[in-house]
Ligand binder design. Sequence first.
Ligand SMILES: [Zn+2]
Length: 658
Amino acid sequence: MRILIAAFAVATLLPAAAAPRVSQPARPLVPAYDAASLTRACDDGIARARKAIAAMASRRAPGAIFDEWNRLAIAVEDFGGVAYLLGSVSPDKAVRDAAEPCLQKYTALQTEIFQDERLFRRVKAAAPMNPHQAKLQKDLLEEFEDSGAALPPAKRARAKEIFDRLEELRQTFDRNIREDPATVAFTPEEMQGLPESYLKNRKRDEQGRYVLGLDSPSYAPFMQNAKSGTARKRYYVAKMNEGGAQNLAVLGEIFTLRKELAALYGLPTFAHYALRRKMVQTPETVEKFLADVKQAVTSVEARELDVLRVAKASELQMPSSGMRVERWDVAYYEEKVRRERFNVDQESLRKYFPTGKAIDYMMKVSQRLYGVKFNEVNVPIWNADVRYFDVVDASTGRFLSGFYLDLYSREGKYNHAAAFPVRGASRLAHRTPLSALVANLNRDGLTGDELEVLMHEFGHVLHGVLSQADYNPQAGTSVKNDFVEAPSQMFEEWAHRAQALALFKVVCPDCPQLTREDIANQEAARRFGRGIFYARQWLYATFDMSLATDPQPPLAVWKKLEEATPLGFVEGTSFPSAFRHIAENYAAGYYGYMWSRVIALDLLTPFLPNMLDPRVGARYRDTILSQGGQEEEMEMVRRFLGRAPSNEAFFAEITGRR
Ligand SMILES: [Zn+2]
């Protein structure tokens, strides 16, 4: 859940003709721009795209619109993909800064393209010659429609006003969170339980109290480790007011406008508007899914809360009858139970997964499963830590694509983990993909959670670099956003299961080995808290759907829902004030996190019990990874599974029957 994929959607960008040639294959690379050359490449790219758009718009007949579109998408991707990556990883601040205005122009260009009626008419009039063209046409028309191009003039004008206002509100909502000045001060006694590494270099006030902001790196470890319940409560209440009451008004206006937008399209609710473009298609499907989740999760959550209650009573040396678990207790006692009951201490795992060997493992698994070879090549890089690999088909020796690994933190670098799809494939344009995995790993070794993150992001990279889509706008991860996390979530499982981890011995014969029992304990620890976790996810998704269906004052809706949960609503809190996802493009889409997991675990089933079977891998590469978004996601899944998709594996995971 903590992972994002670099978020640019259908038409992405290209660094084409400028690609330096290193050795035999035509190997596209990320150009070594300085700020001035990045800006120039960006402006040239935009000028070229505008010229292409003008030429496309001047023709009336559909002609070869799909090929023209492909070239345009590639032209746009060529500057945008590079700007997006360098804006996040360049060691040169001037380059990172130069990427920002470039990406703003890039976004504006996208909007312009999909509001151009002349392009819309040509795409609409085209007669597709094959299924991939038909899917491309469908996707493009939907994007035109959603941008307002298909509405009558008065409605189109209103839609444009709504889009502009929504973007303004999104920025305000985000700024109110980002710039929230709130801090909470704690005495040294209140910091008991926090490790030295957390305390060192912390800001102190004149009385020697620690001053903590609302950022996650400060908040999350505190809630897991601080022994003082009253201190955790104070921090919890402060965090649950992040963004402030002003954001409730912003959120309210956002959902009211979304409902009006849906009405312009003749749709009853924003949920209908948003979901018609997703795998689920209708609000009814989501509601049914959420009802099933609720049913599965309720008793598991109650059982887990009971374990926490006993843990709390024992720590406080009080009778467990009548002991109450509070919201600010959950993370703390979960950690405690994981350590004490399952003997799992994440930090101690680093010696089993030395970082270099974990990377070898990730690559070994991928090469074996998908019939490819990764050849490390010396190419120009933006930092000495960065590595580059060619991806070659193992059976034909054909050059397929390339990827970069940029895995260690440094000043000014993107501070999460993500896969950046720098270039997308286009078989018809002989365009090979290029991706980058960006993370901030510990150099000495990984915890189990960090190994999971690494595998997750590499799952996105594989989706990009093994793509063979005909048309660039459908390459790799350009799939519906309730599907895009499925391949990456599936690949996480190779970080956990004993049968896969056996391969670790091959990449590192000298590493200490986890026993089967260790791995089973890990798994049990990881699964403890599943009920609490999914119950919370259910709550977020239900809240999102509620506003997307019937916009009401957000706090009132939230309060009513949270009050009905076992831990209840805490007076004086305002969780929706900082619920970024639904102020942004996850609106009527929060369920997608769980939905992707349903698909991920279903996709995993053919890989069980032999998770290293190259025949299953080849089939998966062929039916899912190589296809990108050129076929309907549901169809691809069905073809790979050889049956209708099922949510059985997901519910087995929640309830622990597996
Ligand atoms: Zn992801």
